[in-house]
Design a protein around this ligand. Structure first.
Ligand code: FNR
Length: 184
């Protein structure tokens, strides 16, 4: 059974992606722990800021939590058929300084999923993240896909996943990634 971090790439209070991350945590198999994280309070990457103040404390703490976890789930929104800046900015901070990339990302099991207003369910954004994940040396899991869209029909106003087909896919996704990341 794996210990996983689910990183949502949205700051929005009513975010579908944070709701999806929470749904995966709720639906995880017994013994699998999923910690949901959002990129709140992380500044835009700035080399001057890093030179003067180092990596922000919250980012350092998340690096440690990822390094301790068995796997990372990136729950990405999609903007203009690409990766939103908030998500990419978070990954870029997590990759600093470069000497830590191996500890945080090296051979780390990583799964991709996401929710969007459009019917594509962040397919384009998930594909766009692949070169970055490869550059960081992660072990990308491709056992299942999870494209949630149009998300407005799949979550209720409280952010609960109410679409039965997507709920079943979410179950299969988290169970499959738990086995992969946990080595089972
Ligand atoms: C979007 N949205 C969007 N949706 C989609 O399916 N494909 C896309 O290319 C885009 N492009 C896009 C660009 C910009 C600038 C914004 C603000 C939005 C809609 C997007 O899916 C929607 O806002 C989601 O609600 C974003 O995810 P969260 O914040 O709900 O997690």
């Amino acid at each position: 059974m794996a210990r996983l971090i689910a990183l949502s790439g949205s700051l929005r209070s009513g975010s579908y992606n944070t709701a999806l991350a929470r749904a995966l945590a709720q639906r995880a198999p017994a013994g699998c722990e999923v910690e949901v994280v959002t990129p709140a309070d992380v500044p835009l990457y700035d080399g001057d800021l890093e030179a003067e103040h180092g990596v922000p404390k919250g980012v350092e703490q998340l690096k440690d939590r990822i390094a301790d976890a068995d796997g990372l789930i990136l729950v990405t929104p999609e903007y203009n058929q690409g990766v939103p800046g908030v998500m990419k900015n978070m990954i870029d901070w997590l990759s600093r300084p470069p000497q830590d990339i191996g500890r945080v990302f090296g051979d780390r099991a990583v799964a991709l999923c996401g929710a969007s207003a459009g019917a594509g369910g962040t397919r384009a954004a998930q594909y766009a993240l692949l070169p970055t994940l490869r550059a960081l040396g992660t072990r990308i899991w491709s056992g299942k896909t999870l494209y949630v869209g149009p998300a407005g029909r799949m979550f209720d106003d409280a952010g609960e996943l109410v679409d039965e087909d997507i709920a079943k896919r979410a179950d299969d996704f988290i169970a499959g990634f738990d086995r992969y990341a946990g080595g089972g």
